[in-house]
Design a protein. Structure first.
Length: 544
């Protein structure tokens, strides 16, 4: 016969049942907060990515099927990680509440839920590229603390609940050894103990979590190290960008994208923090002389500046994941030649601190284009979110095949020998940038007064260059847009068109670009997966 303890709330009926359930759920939640708090404290010793929620989240990012990832980037943009972390927290909270409800009936089952969650986190932490055995410690500790807390709270709960609400029939006579407290009052005193213990567990967990996170942030903070970086001047500064590279139409994005507005796309749930004082770049694989370069040594290389437009393969037609900046860095081809590339190599794989792998066709890196190991972006050290202290930049390729942020390793290898991260997920292994153009002015669905209407936008065919931009209105004849001054094939080209005598009504404007090889942007719409979007961008305006 199993002994089902009477839950502690004395009042009966529906309200009482709801209260009891809420109390049990609170026990689970408090235990989860204690668990995560312990995990954060332990992550202080082992590093940010090992904290249970971050470890589980990172594993989730890697396991997410490509269409869902695409959807997340499309729908939430740069906030996709916040949404994911929010989702994990919510799931954890629901599971924890459930564990609490189970625990007041069967404490061992509640504890097992926490144990399982800890094991899952530990597995996720160990699955990260470059993980050390110690990385599973925060999750294991979290599991243990959660299990212990829920066991303890559930025991207190059952004690409060098993106190009879009324004096037992005196059939067996008074029990010996029990304190002479009226049972009713003992029950409510025990209920207060459960409540106090739950609140205390919650508070202690919150304190540990917030404190642990603050300690970790301080320990792994590289902001000061970044501020201390003094970037040398380039050996031969490039000519300034032509002022006429921007058509000066109000509302058109600037030619050079300020760092603060530069799009960010990566799989990192928390920004990898790489201290330049500990940083070395290893160049190895199919080379005659493997290299190892410190950050100071890199800064002593002759540095070059490169004006270049970086874009993301996930960018939709007309989308925002593109930016132009002046990169500063060491010439990548020179370093590869120093290492001595061996026959049979055709892929250069960059590895990042967070385990990302990005593969670039080696032939392209060495064909004379200005590939860089970049340390500077728009006059300052690389921002933390854009790969501090060092990333690769290879004109002509989307970021996912050329622009490894938080770079720590370069491996010279073969396409036949290694599939990088995105290629394993079905993306095109070359990742050459497709010609793209977009209308920025007028804004979509803008209302503009009749007469002369300025139309303007941006087009890019990185490394090939843009030769022409045309637009058409309401499927009329194609009209030549005026191209702003050419700043070079590695850069986008802004354009404008004065639409004189625009008649009142609703109009659709379409745009298409021609690259310097003479290829016209195809009309056929293709999704970003697997090799970049195609199709003409269009916008609808109302002339009043
Ligand atoms: N370490 C790392 N590097 C990365 C990525 C990443 O997820 N991790 N994403 C790549 C992709 S898909 C793009 S488009 C560019 C974006 O660079 P940005 O965030 O500086 O604009 O970085 C590339 N480098
Ligand atoms: Mo990308």
């Amino acid at each position: 016969m199993t002994h089902e303890p009477t839950p502690p709330a004395a009042p009966s009926g529906r309200r009482a049942r709801v209260l009891r359930a809420a109390g049990a759920a609170a026990i689970g939640l408090a235990s989860a907060v204690a668990a995560l708090g312990a995990g954060e404290l332990a992550a202080y010793a082992t590093g940010v990515p090992t904290a249970p929620v971050v470890a589980v989240g990172s594993a989730a990012v890697d396991l997410t099927p490509t269409p869902l990832k695409e959807y997340a980037v499309r729908t939430f943009g740069t906030h996709d990680k916040a949404v994911l972390l929010g989702g994990i927290h919510l799931t954890t909270a629901l599971l924890a509440a459930l564990a609490g409800l189970l625990a007041v009936r069967r404490p061992a089952v509640g504890a097992a839920v926490f144990g399982a969650f800890g094991a899952l986190g530990a597995r996720a932490a160990l699955s990260r590229p470059g993980a050390a055995a110690a990385d599973c410690a925060p999750s294991l500790l979290a599991g243990l603390v959660g299990a212990a807390a829920v066991l303890l709270l559930a025991r207190l709960w059952r004690r409060a609940g098993s106190t009879p609400a009324a004096p037992r029939p005196a059939a067996d006579g008074p029990e010996r050894g029990l304190p002479e407290v009226p049972p009713q009052r003992a029950g409510s005193a025990n209920r207060r103990t459960v409540l106090a213990a739950t609140v205390a567990t919650f508070a202690a967990g919150t304190l540990a979590g917030v404190g642990g996170r603050a300690l970790t942030d301080r320990r792994y903070d590289v902001t000061a190290a970044r501020d201390a970086v003094r970037l040398p001047a380039p050996a031969a500064p490039p000519p300034p960008l032509p002022a006429a590279a921007h058509p000066n139409v109000p509302g058109l994005s600037p030619f050079t994208t300020p760092n603060a507005d530069f799009y960010r796309v990566d799989t990192a749930l928390t920004i990898p923090r790489v201290d330049p004082r500990d940083w070395t770049l290893r160049i190895h694989g199919l080379v005659d002389r493997p290299q190892s370069i410190t950050f100071d040594e890199l800064l002593r290389e002759p540095l070059e500046e490169l004006d270049h437009t970086l874009s993301c393969v996930s960018n939709e037609v007309g989308g925002p994941y593109v930016g132009t900046t002046r990169w500063l860095g060491a010439a990548l081809p020179a370093l590869l030649r120093r290492a001595g590339v061996r026959a049979g190599a055709d892929q250069l794989v960059g590895r990042s601190k967070d385990g990302m792998t990005i593969g670039t066709p080696l032939e392209s890196v060495l064909d004379g284009r200005r590939a860089l190991l970049a340390v500077g972006m728009d006059g300052e050290a690389l921002p933390l979110a854009h790969g501090f202290p060092c990333r690769t930049v290879v004109p002509g390729f989307y970021g996912y095949t050329s622009a490894t942020k938080w770079l720590v390793e370069l491996e010279v290898t073969a396409f036949a020998a290694f599939d990088p991260y995105w290629v394993r997920r079905g993306w095109d292994r070359t990742g050459a940038v497709r010609t793209a153009s977009r209308i920025e002015v007028p804004a979509p669905f803008a209302r503009v007064p009749a007469g002369d209407v300025d139309v303007a936008g941006t087009a890019w065919a990185t490394h090939r260059g843009v030769a022409a931009v045309e637009l058409r209105i309401d499927e009329g004849p194609w009209l030549q847009a005026e191209l702003a001054a050419d700043a070079g094939p590695d850069l986008w080209r802004q354009w404008s068109y004065r639409w004189s005598g625009a008649p009142p009504g609703t109009h659709r404007i379409e745009v298409r670009a021609t690259d310097a090889t003479g290829a016209v942007q195809p009309e056929r719409r293709a999704a970003p997966f697997p090799a970049g979007a195609t199709g003409w961008h269009s916008t609808v305006v109302t002339v009043t």
